[in-house]
Design a protein around this ligand. Structure first.
Ligand code: TMP
Length: 220
């Protein structure tokens, strides 16, 4: 059976986000996708949120520390955005300008869902602060790795962080929020069933990226 090959040039300068509920398996898929891109000769900038810079990693520690139970929702949202603002200016925007493909493990989609849809902050507040952090560089595509709650909790590290400890009702809303984002803006988002075996999910990612970005491709 022929494996479809992407035209490397059509992915240059693209900004692709992998997001989804905790335990969705997105990080495994990022590792595979980045390896695959590099195998195609692409230069990849791989980043994660919160984090991805020295300042961002310090903010990540504050955000995820289980001792920070008193953190308010606006404070939480602003810290995620602060990490993002630093990441955009220091890593993402320069990489896009160099023509690299940027692959991010989470992005503003996560804030819209965790702090907005599930947390209860007005979405327009998040979008307004997002304008400051993103400097108009919205992702070209956000892939949502969808997973049911039971499968997700089986995949999680038993040492849960502050966000993972928020409980089942919250995480059910998180899943709904991601699906709602994708439904409302199908040109910016795509959903992949992440309960499928790892190889099948990876093939789904390749098919999706090709469909969205590659006008021409060859088969081998
Ligand atoms: P991670 O487990 O994928 O590294 O993400 C860390 C946690 O932070 C995860 O539970 C999702 C959460 N999160 C938000 O609540 N808002 C955000 O904006 C981001 C980027 C992550």
């Amino acid at each position: 059976m022929g494996e479809q090959q992407f035209s490397a040039t059509s992915l240059q300068g693209k900004f692709i986000v992998f997001d989804g509920p905790d335990g969705s398996g997105k990080s495994t898929q990022i590792t595979r996708f980045v390896e695959w891109c590099r195998g195609q000769g692409l230069t990849v900038k791989e980043v994660r949120e919160p984090g991805g810079t020295s300042i961002g990693e310090q903010i990540r520690e504050v955000l995820l520390a289980t001792k920070n139970v008193e953190m308010t929702l606006p404070c939480e949202m602003l810290l995620y955005m602060a990490s993002r603002a630093q990441l955009m200016e220091q890593e993402v925007i320069p990489a896009i300008e160099r023509g690299e493909i940027v692959v991010a493990d989470r992005f503003i989609s996560a804030t819209l869902v965790y702090q907005g849809y599930a947390g209860g902050l007005p979405v327009h507040w998040i979008e307004q602060v997002g304008e400051v952090a993103l400097q108009e560089k919205w992702p070209d595509l956000t892939i949502i790795f969808d997973v049911d709650g039971e499968t997700a909790s089986r995949r999680l590290n038993p040492l849960l962080d502050r966000m993972e400890l928020k409980g089942q009702t919250f995480h059910k809303k998180v899943r709904e929020g991601f699906l709602a984002l994708a439904e409302n803006e199908p040109e910016k988002y795509a959903v992949i069933d992440s309960t499928a075996p790892i190889d099948a999910v990876e093939e789904g990612v390749h098919a999706l990226v090709q469909e969205r970005f590659c006008s021409s491709f060859s088969s081998k």
